[in-house]
Design a protein around this ligand. Structure first.
Ligand code: PMV
Length: 348
């Protein structure tokens, strides 16, 4: 992705070896997939938008060489010291699994810095986990930027993106670059497998209600399910792929023009295709129907489906109504707005 070099945490001319900072906090946004999930795996385009829910990473320098990690939301804490991991709060396996990507982030930044420093990292996030909102990528981007700024390492957003992408590969296996890209750069991005990410011009506000079903799901399982369906009914699915592509192309224009009505219609059609692929479930359908009945312009699942989250598009004056309807239907909703702000330093 072509980007301007934005230096994080210090002016571009600052030298690496000046004194490090004692504490830095950085944040990065979560995301929703507006259109094209699943079809994107087979080469079709998808549209992803950064939202104003952020993950925060606070980093402080330690006197020793240990890496101490704490997740406020997951109630986990642990320490890496010379390759060994010691849990201090929560289960060892879970803590190690969650902290391994952060350890990689620290190692990558310290490679650039040129030596190892002991660090305390505390992660705090308002993003539901395993819900398809890109919480792990937001945490990785925020932590990369915070560690970089603390050590006064010259880091462009491009560098933050590359390191967060490495961390995401540990979390999700072979993962597309969408989540780390949107958490790093913010805004609305068009993604396609063969061309990568490209920022989209979206002037309009895109008022959304995100509804979390409370059902945790695995992207890997959902992707495998679609693969099976596609193998079985390839000619049928091929037509759906073409329809999905058309939806994205129409949506690019509608986003540019701020045409919310068309966007809502396209969301509904996109959701119908996802239902056809078999990735919706009862928990999502309840919330989607409730949102539509309450006057949403359109609603669909977002991400891998099988639980996780749905999104509803609504005019500003209807947002509250839609939010309450989703709540009554058993979901945990919040209002989300597009944010153009990707990863940023919050305070030094
Ligand atoms: O629910 P998420 O954020 O993991 O999104 C998955 C999106 C898929 O298209 C289903 C998979 C992918 O890698 O693009």
């Amino acid at each position: 992705m072509a980007t301007t070099q934005v230096w994080l945490g210090m002016p571009p001319c600052a030298s690496r070896n000046s004194d490090v900072y004692m504490g830095v906090t950085a944040s990065a946004p979560a995301k929703v997939i507006l259109f094209g999930e699943h079809f994107v795996v087979y080469g079709e385009p998808a549209i992803v938008m950064a939202i104003d829910k952020r993950a925060y990473a606070k980093v402080e320098l330690r006197q020793d060489k240990r890496l101490y990690l704490r997740s406020v939301n997951l109630n986990l804490a642990g320490c890496f010291e010379t390759g060994f991991f010691k849990v201090e709060q929560g289960g060892t396996k879970e803590a190690r699994l969650k902290f391994e990507p952060l350890k990689l982030v620290v190692e990558k930044v310290q490679e650039i810095y040129g030596e190892n420093a002991g660090l305390d990292i505390e992660v705090n996030s308002t993003v539901p986990v395993a819900a398809g909102l890109g919480s792990s990528a937001a945490v990785a981007a925020a932590a990369t930027a915070a560690v970089g700024a603390l050590l006064k390492v010259k880091m462009s957003k491009e560098a933050v993106f590359r390191i967060s992408y490495e961390a995401e590969k540990i979390v999700h296996g072979a993962q597309s670059e969408v989540d780390p890209a949107v958490s790093t750069f913010g805004g609305t991005l068009l993604f396609q497998m063969d061309t990568g990410v490209r920022p989209l011009d979206v002037k309009a506000d895109v008022p959304l209600v995100v509804g979390y079903t409370g059902v945790k799901r695995s992207t890997r399982v959902q992707v495998a399910k679609v693969r099976d369906t596609r193998n079985k009914y390839s000619r049928v699915i091929d037509h759906m792929m073409k329809a999905a592509r058309e939806i994205v192309l129409r949506a690019i224009d509608a986003l540019k023009d701020g045409d919310l009505e068309t966007l809502g219609d396209l969301m509904n059609i996109n959701h119908a295709l996802l239902c056809g692929l078999g990735v919706s479930d009862e928990s999502l359908e309840w919330l989607i129907n409730a949102a539509r009945k309450a006057g949403a312009l359109g609603a669909k699942l977002t991400g891998a489906g099988g639980g996780g989250c749905m999104i509803a598009l609504a005019e500003n004056e209807r947002l509250k109504q839609v939010l309450e309807a989703i709540q009554r239907a058993g979901g945990s909703p919040f209002i989300a707005r597009k944010t153009d702000e990707g990863v940023r330093i919050e305070g030094i």
